[in-house]
Design a protein around this ligand. Structure first.
Ligand SMILES: Cc1cc2nc3c(=O)[nH]c(=O)nc-3n(C[C@H](O)[C@H](O)[C@H](O)COP(=O)(O)OP(=O)(O)OC[C@H]3O[C@@H](n4cnc5c(N)ncnc54)[C@H](O)[C@@H]3O)c2cc1C
Length: 498
């Protein structure tokens, strides 16, 4: 890259954002021998966007333990012996994307995501990203052996921060330059396509000229106005999880030059997080609800907590809570399942009450109608099909019958003290709507043509996720399409030079 003067930079490829998708794009473009500059809006100490907030849990297709050994060469013979990793073939990953999006996911993009997921994991591993099985959160021990469920079995060492740090270190080693406090505001373009980016760097407007631009600057979940405009009423008051920098400029910049919008603009990934979490931050999600029940201010259940493994339901729970009176709910558990609660229930940042009887608990549930709650608990306990054994590792069919909202699995009765309850509200994680890309990650315009020199990857791409989302697919989508964007942008630049 060539720095010609203070306010004017030149390079081959400029990348907007420095999260997972951006760094995968940067590394893959650099592998093709091109010069790359990354513009990142955040200061260096907040680098990594939403990617840095993740646990690093990542979903990919695999057929056997032999495949897993390629991703995790450090797996020990004991771990292999003591664990049922199952298999998650490409077709299952694809089916999950189709099923959860109610068959609206872009078939070409989602089949590319699933078919490239394993080779992209190997590529990440070749770039020093280390993975380990998620024993703590994705497997329960039954009869002395761990069994994984729900299609997501590994996380990056050090979580999202570990992943981001490794990709940044790899990027730096290969000669990629990252400018922090650099907010992209406009694309430089003409009838022949995109030629660079205008950005604000440490308070000054500057420009960077390039032969290709890759947008990887996340969605708009941290933009109150856009949330309300596109997701609808009450989304302004949702707690914002993750990066405060994902405010949608990347999407806006592309729309402003004629890119077409795509996907589920009124949809977002949103979980049940602590009711009194700060308005912006981690959000303190609470994801063990399949083993208990969730009630609203009337003391009523409003969701089938056990409709599926939590990987396939948690991203939709926040929206349902936002629709309840007062935008809060309580998760209720009894002694039988308390040992199954995830680590996040033990954090200091938790709104929790305990009681030795259901009546005592009812009085402690702030904002909940006591009589309504007691009536609903009675009816729930009576409706449980008590002859079915409980098994947290499989969809056990332990259900209720005859309720307005039944529970399909893990429907233990609530009758063993002590009881525990956790107050939750809606925490938005990321938005689903965004730009349209083709299978080369080229951004499409309103005429459904590729905009020359413009590529996109990650959260700001629309069309993959609608209504719901399989856990771990966000990082995988960023890596798969980031790598593809880097390769194709490099190809485009080489052709334009030849
Ligand atoms: C708390 C939390 C937990 C999660 N857990 C998981 C998980 O375990 N597994 C999983 O798969 N997904 C998880 N997700 C979702 C996942 O984080 C995202 O799907 C994924 O990280 C998005 O990657 P990205 O690179 O597209 O965006 P990001 O990682 O958000 O990166 C976007 C970057 O662009 C920068 N940026 C924004 N605007 C500009 C601008 N104008 N100019 C320059 N830079 C800009 C931002 O500062 C940011 O660094 C989680 C999200 C959160 C918030």
């Amino acid at each position: 890259m060539y720095l010609s003067e203070d306010k004017r930079f030149e390079t081959d490829i400029v990348i907007v954002g420095a999260g997972n998708a951006a760094m995968c794009a940067a590394i893959s473009a650099r592998e093709q021998g091109l010069n790359v500059i990354v513009l990142e809006k955040s200061p260096e100490n907040e680098k990594g966007g939403n990617s840095a907030y993740t646990h690093g849990s990542i979903r990919f297709a695999y057929n056997s333990v032999e495949d897993l050994k390629q991703i995790m060469p450090e797996l020990t013979p004991e771990e292999i012996e003591n664990t049922d990793f199952g298999a998650y073939p490409e077709e299952d990953f694809y089916d999950d994307l189709c099923r959860l999006s109610e068959y609206r996911t872009d078939p070409e993009l989602s089949s590319l995501l699933t078919s490239k997921s394993f080779e992209t994991m190997k590529w990440l591993q070749s770039h020093k990203v280390r993975f380990v099985p998620i024993y703590g959160r994705q497997a329960f021990k039954v009869d002395g052996r761990f069994k994984f469920w729900g299609g997501m079995i590994v996380e990056s060492v050090g979580g999202g921060k570990g992943l981001v740090d490794t990709l940044h270190a790899e990027g730096k080693k290969s000669g990629i330059q990252i400018l922090y406090n650099a907010m992209a505001t406009k694309l430089i373009h003409d009838d022949n396509g995109v030629h660079g980016v205008i950005f604000k760097h440490q308070g000054e407007t500057k420009e960077i000229h390039a032969k290709a631009v890759i947008l990887a600057s996340g969605g708009f979940h941290a933009n109150t106005e856009m949330r309300t405009r596109y997701l609808g009423p009450k989304w302004d008051i949702a707690k914002v999880r993750g990066s405060r920098f994902n405010t949608g400029e990347g999407i806006q910049m592309a729309l402003n030059i004629g890119a077409v919008s795509n996907g589920n603009w009124s949809g977002a990934h949103a979980v049940g997080g602590d009711r009194y979490a700060p308005a912006l931050g981690e959000g303190f999600q609470k994801l063990s609800y399949p083993f208990g029940i969730i009630v609203n201010a009337k003391g009523e259940r409003f969701v089938n907590e056990g409709s599926d493994f939590r990987n396939y339901t948690y991203a939709n729970i926040g929206k349902l809570i936002l629709e309840q009176p007062g935008q809060f709910a309580w998760q209720i558990f009894d002694k039988k399942v308390a040992h199954l609660l995830r680590d996040e229930y033990k954090l200091k940042q938790v709104t929790k009450v305990t009681a030795n009887s259901i009546e005592e608990l009812a009085k402690k549930l702030d904002g909940v109608d006591t009589e309504g709650f007691l009536k609903n608990i009675r009816e729930y306990n009576e409706a449980v099909c008590k002859n079915i054994p409980f098994n947290p590792n499989v969809k056990d069919g332990l259900c209720t019958e005859g309720l307005p909202v039944n529970k399909s699995n893990w429907a233990n009765t609530l009758d063993q003290a002590p009881f525990e309850a956790y107050a939750v509200t809606c925490g938005i994680t990321f938005t689903y709507g965004g730009l349209k890309i083709n299978t080369k990650s080229e951004v499409q315009d309103i005429m459904q043509q590729s905009i020359p020199g413009l590529y996109a990857a990650g959260e700001l791409v629309g069309g993959l996720f609608y209504f719901n989302y399989p856990g771990g697919a966000g990082l995988m989508a960023g890596s798969v399409f980031g790598k593809i964007a880097g390769e194709n942008a490099a190809q485009f630049v080489k052709q334009s030079l030849s």
